[in-house]
Design a binder for this molecule. Structure first.
Ligand code: HPA
Length: 278
């Protein structure tokens, strides 16, 4: 057994008895959705601090806890606060919570984030359903001895974002009258925003949105055979696409402005996922 898996099991065994149900969906709340759990039927909360061996997030505005709640009747474990690579954690730590949520029982991973638009057709406040990703600017979380208990060494990445779940999100957006962009997410390390030429590079590579999370989480989840979907809130256009310099405040402001719609979309999609299964 690898050290990484031993650690994961230790984390899981330390919390197993405090998990109020077996979650079907693991939901990662990006900035803008930080208070999503407040409107859900919460069954329990587990602070990251209380999980031995768990990496704890340091970014302001990110709470660090798992929230267990029903969303549209579906048992969901939410990550309120994720672990970012730019905080200095090794990739093994960054994806540990994702792996932990799979051990808890979650089969679906629903990723959300704030991202910069690099596609000129995008506008701040748009939502982009992620259909594919570029993750080569950060180390793969699968580097190191393979965790055979979780998945195979050379895992296929031909369809990371599940077609069925993408259709559920599309249908939900249409039903709610929320316009939805679709595209490719590229992960860079951050924490600095990109230079104008880096934004251009992202566009040339085929990306539509750029961010500092998510793709590595999707790789770890894909390795474990989870069904994955994701939505980016386009909080700003990439540097150089407008005259204005970028700030974390702008990212937060847009996130807050469209949060009610984002919540509706996520709740609607999870509810539909539950119905599709029933
Ligand atoms: N770049 C990278 N990450 C981001 C951005 C951006 O412009 N906006 C929100 N997260």
């Amino acid at each position: 057994m690898t050290k990484a898996y031993e650690r994961l099991l230790r984390c899981y065994e330390g919390i197993r008895d405090r998990i109020p149900f077996s979650p079907k969906v693991a939901l990662v709340l990006g900035s803008g959705l930080g208070d999503y759990a407040d409107s859900a039927a919460v069954e329990g909360v587990l602070d990251y601090h209380d999980i031995e061996g768990f990496p704890v997030s340091t970014v302001s505005g990110h709470k660090g806890r798992f929230v267990f709640a029903y969303v549209g009747g579906v048992p969901v474990v939410m990550m309120q606060g994720r672990v970012h690579y730019y905080e200095g954690y090794p990739m093994e730590d960054v994806v540990l919570p994702i792996r932990l949520m799979k051990l808890m029982g979650a089969e679906v991973l629903f990723l959300t984030n704030a991202a910069g638009g690099v596609n000129f057709d995008f506008h701040p406040g748009d939502f982009m359903m992620i259909t594919d990703q570029i993750a080569n600017f950060v180390p793969s979380p699968l580097i190191g001895p393979n965790i055979d208990e979780l998945g195979e060494r050379f895992c296929d990445m031909s369809q990371i974002y599940d077609r069925g779940l993408c259709q559920v999100i599309r249908d939900t957006a249409r039903e709610l009258g929320i316009s939805l962009q679709e595209g490719t997410y590229i992960q860079l390390t951050g924490p600095n925003f990109e230079s104008p030429k880096e934004v251009r590079m992202c566009r040339i590579l085929g990306a539509d949105a750029v961010g500092m999370s998510t793709a590595c989480e999707a790789i770890a989840a894909n390795h474990m055979g989870m069904r994955i979907c994701g939505i980016s809130c386009i909080s700003n256009l990439g540097c150089g696409m407008t005259e204005q310099p970028l700030s974390h405040e702008e990212v937060k402001e847009t996130g807050d402005r469209v949060a009610p719609l984002f919540k509706q979309l996520v709740t609607g999609a999870i509810t539909r996922m539950g119905q599709a299964e029933a």
